[in-house]
Structures are given as C-alpha cells and as structure tokens.
Design a protein around this ligand. Sequence first.
Ligand SMILES: [Zn+2]
Length: 716
Amino acid sequence: MATYGAIQEPKVQSVMALDARGGHVAFSVGHEVLVADEDGRLLFTLEKAPGQPWAFAEVSSVSLDDEGRITVADANRRSLVRFEADGRLGAPVPLDDLPRLSFESATSGAKLVVADTMAHQLRLLASSGRTLKSRRIRYPNGITALQSSEGFRWIVAETGMVRARAFDAELEPVDYGPVKTLNTILARESGASALLGAPVPRWKELLDVAATPSAFAAATCRDDSGDCSVVRVDPRTNKADIVADIGFISAAGAEDSDGILQLSEIALTSSGRVLVASPRLSTILSFEGPGGPPTGGFCRECTPEELGQAPATLDQLEAGVSWRNGTRVSVFGDPAVRQRFQQKRAARNFYVRLQRWGQRGTVAIAILLLIAFGLIRQMGVDQRGSNVGYKQLIRGDGRALTSALAIILAAAGVGSLLGYEFVGWGGAVGGAAAFGGLASRYLVVPLLVRRRRQDAAAVAYEMFLGANAKHPLPTNPGESLYWVRFASAEVQLRQLIGDFRESFQIEDPLEALERLAPRLVLAAATNKRLIITNTSLLGTPIGTVVSREWDPQSGPPPVPPSSLTLFQKGEGERRFNLGGKGGSGEARVRTLAPVYLCQRCRRALGTCEHRPVGRWITGVLALLLPGLAQLVQGRFRGARVAGMAGMGLLSQAFHEFGPQHWGIIPANPSAYQKPMVAYAVLVMTALVEAVIVANREHGRCESNRRELARAPRRAA
Ligand SMILES: [Zn+2]
C-alpha cells in the first residue's frame, strides 16, 4: 500500500486502495469501495443500507480475507470497518490503540494485523482489539496474510528501509524465499542480476507488496511519486521478472496533476494477473501474460527511454495493448466500473483546472489593477492640458524617457539574470527589483531631473496645481511664483544600502514592478513658501502635497539653485538636486514646520471641510475587505497589496474547501483552515495599518491647526 508516498503529497491524497483474494477484487473509488470478480464484473458496492453506499472519509486500505470478508481502513476516522462477503453488515473492528494518519490491516481467521504506517508499528491484535504484540517497522505498507508452502506468513513492505519483511503467525521474524530474493534485488547485491535475469535498475522505494501461494509481487519505484515497476518473484524457482510498469502510459489531463501517485497499490489475481491501481490515471490496469502467469522481459530496466519506445495512451488501453513480449495490458473492469473511474477522473481534472485558473485569474486581476491605478493617475490629464494650453509630454521628451526606460530595463535584466543564476525564479524577481529599482531611483531620476526640458516642471505645476488645475493650489494675496523645478532627493549611502537589501525581500512581484517606476519630486518656490510633492515619471503628483513657509530670517532663493538644502527646527536637513542649466549653485534655506495639504482642495489639512476618513469607519471598512480602507484613504498601492493578498488567500481556501466539500478530494480541514487563519491575520494587519495611517492624518490635521493658530496670518 502506498500510504507512505501519499503522505508526501498532502494536498492531493491519492491512495487508491486495492486487494484481490479468492476470486474477488476490492478497490476504492473516491469515498466508496467496490467489489468485482477477477474479470472486472462489478459484483456490489459496500453498503450501509440497500441502495445506500457506505461513504468512507478516506480509504487508506482495503483487504479481503480467506472467508471473503472485506476490511476497510478509514484513515480520516481512524477506524477499521469489516463487511461480510456480500458487502453488507459493516461493523467497526474494535481497536484499543487508535492508528495514526494512515494505516492498513490484514486478517487471518481471528487474528488481525494493523500496519500503522505513520507510527512505524506493526501490531498483532486479538479479536477484542487488544494489542498482543507490536514490532517497530519503518513505514510498514502492504500487509498481507499468506498461507504458503513454507507455512503461514505475514508479509509487509518496510518502505522506510526499502525492503520486504516476513513474519510467522505470532509476528516473529521468519524467512520466506521470495522475500529474500526481492531484498537481494532491491539491495543490488551480488547475484541480483542473475535472479532478475536482467541488469538491476536503481530503485529508490518499495511501495507495496502482494502475495499469493503461486506468486509474490512488489511495487518498486524510481522516485517517491509512485513511478514504479512491478517485480514478480516465482516462489517455486525464486526467480524474478519485471512484469508491469505504467511509465509508458500517457493520459489526457493526467500530466496536469503532478504529484498524484502514478501507482498506489498492486494486487495478484488467482490466475496470476497483476493489477495496478493508478490514482494519477484514475484507473486499475491489468497485466496478463499469454495463457497464465505473465512472461518475463516486460521491460529490462524500465528506464524512461526504454518505456518511451512503446508509448500508449489510456484510450488505447481501454481496448487492450499487447506488449512486445506478449504481455497484454488493459484497463480493468466492466463498463460500470470504468464509468465510475471516469467520473472520478473528470472530477479530479475539474479540480486541477479550478486551481490553475484560480491562480492565473488572481495574477491577471493583479496586473489589471496595477494598470488601472496607473491610468487613474493620468486620467483627465489631456483635458487639463487643453485647459492650460500645454501637454504633459511634447516632442523631444521621448529621447530622455526612452533612455530612462532602457537603463531601468537593462539593470532589471542584469539583476534578474544574476538572481536566477544564484537563487532561481524567486531570485530573478528580487534581482530585477533590486537592480532595476536602484537604477530607477539613483540613476534615472537624476538623469530625468537634468535632462527633461526646462519647462516640463512648470507644465506639470500648471496642470496639477495652477489656477486651471482640477484642484488648484489656493494662493494668498501677494503670493507669486518664483520658479518650479523637478528635483531628486539626495542619496545617502546608508539609505542606498538599506534600499538594496530591502529590494531582495519583496514577496509581491507587482511590488517589484512598481519599484521600477521612477518617482520624481516637484519643487515650486513662491515668495511665501516652498511646495514639495512626489510625482510620477510624467509629473503627475502622487500622495500628499507639502507646503513649507520660509523662515522669516531666511528668504526664498529668487532663482532656482542647482541644489537646495532645507533646514528646519527639530528636523534633519534634506537635500534636493534640482534640474536645469544655469542654476545659481547651492542654496541653504530655512523653513517653518511642514503643512500638509488636503488632496482635494489643497488647503491645509484640517482647515477645510474635507476630513480624513474617521478611525472607526476605517476600522469597519478594513474588516469588510482587506485593502478597502486603504483604497478609501487614496492609497492605491497599499489597497492593491492587501486586496490581492486577501483574494489569493480566500481563493486558496476555496480551492481546498470546495472540492473537499463536494467530495472530489478527501476531507482535510487543515488545508483550508491554514489560508483562513492567514486571511484573518492579514485582515487584522491591514486594519491596524489603516487605523495608524488614519490616526496620522488626524494628527496632521491637528498639527496644521496648531501651527496655523500660532500664526494666524499664515492661513492659506
Ligand atoms: Zn479639503
């Protein structure tokens, strides 16, 4: 049994349980267990009541005993349920020690052995459920009861040690010839090739074993995804053959769901056929040699190359395909059984598509939002341009902007190559953000400040702050504009290093993209004050406009300097490099405390009728949807980051919850509870952040009011 492999893929628990004995084949299809005869004719479904199938939470194993009774291990409910040979009268088997996540069982007469895979235990139980004896086995799988010519044997795969084990009726270790042969082959000991009759390939796993008096079979795998061959040992000769492999089969949609086991369990019929349950293909395959037990040489080493020489699709196998050695491979089951598997496959493929489109949809919406927010910033610019008689861009700006973009793209390209080389895809995004972002901020911004046409800053001022702007800047009587310039904040080495380090910690690829967009500073000096705001590449103001009145002892520089250093009481100096030729060198000026202007009327915050969104309303909005509060605060970036993260987590939770709820995949509440908890944490974080910002805005209103109360003449 393949519970070991399955637990490595917690997302798509993919065990398909299978067992054959006494002419019957029992197997799970989703939450139900069906019983067919060896030719695949459906006999019955395990039922609760006539016409009402027994719904298991998660079947981790089925086993038939010599009386034809069927025992089902329900891993999720940690219970064993035993049914009579006709599939009715299901009753729980008493268990004193409850098994862990995944387990199997085998029965012989009154004796029961539970292979508790995750607890590394093999337990012999009395019919009362009391544990008589237990043995430590690393990941026991495929427990089987066998009445062989050498006596009674319990046989199990010790998956964790890549070997099979044999025990007597009292669970004492004993020899069993075919098990010894298999272990010699698995360990590639001397003589292994002679036993297999072929060079021994490298197998990494032993996933399952099946035993009848006339054959012993083991699923030996090349990796831990269940890419396995079946090795069959003949107990009379102790010679081995590779008798089955499903690596040569392709199926539409099967490759989409990477991670679902290709093989989970195997079984041997009384006529020597090998049955292989493949969750990935959602089918049981039958391998049958001509006229009896399968002949050897199905594939020699079963390498991908060798298997690729005779590829087959699942559709071809519906009719049956003959392997070149005469082995016939076909899909097991009559039309009723096949239909059940096809339904299961369709449901699984739907689930995979749902997940994939969910991810793509989230990314697509994120990119659309990014573009939309960019466009919103530029909305109405043409209209305003015709009002003031200027355009934000004119012929000649193109060269400066093109070279700016080329520099950013080149730096981002180098960064992503380096990141990919050293880290991988995640590193490529981080590298692009780090190199491109730094080039944008520290190379391109100064370049644009120097190179953009002289009047571009004046045009931006006219469009967004001048008298004809949508939100004009109110000017005081006697206030006159001296000059307007694009500027770039002076770079300090420590800040540069900090920025660089931070760039690599970006988790959101869109944030990385945003980092690449250069941000300019627009500085305008009047005879009364200095106005400073961040702008986009084109000069559209982003964020708050700040007004600083000149300190009476320090006048405004009447002509634009090439660099401007601001001093203000209680605040460190800030240095800006200004564009334009013929600057008057460095200017050192003193200003009063900054006054933050309302985004809508450009008056001092707190003096107009526009109020920042209240703290309580902010909190309520943040609870409704992460990012909503940020959106109302006019902070698009924060809104997008929180909104996208929230959507991602919700859709992830739904991808898990939906299919589990509809029964497409087994119940596993932790799979959707985790994203729900992360969503709750995100909501709280976004809420706290939004309320802190709301608080800051109110604080700015207060400080503006105090500042203006102290100097009533400054009322703007
Ligand atoms: Zn206002």
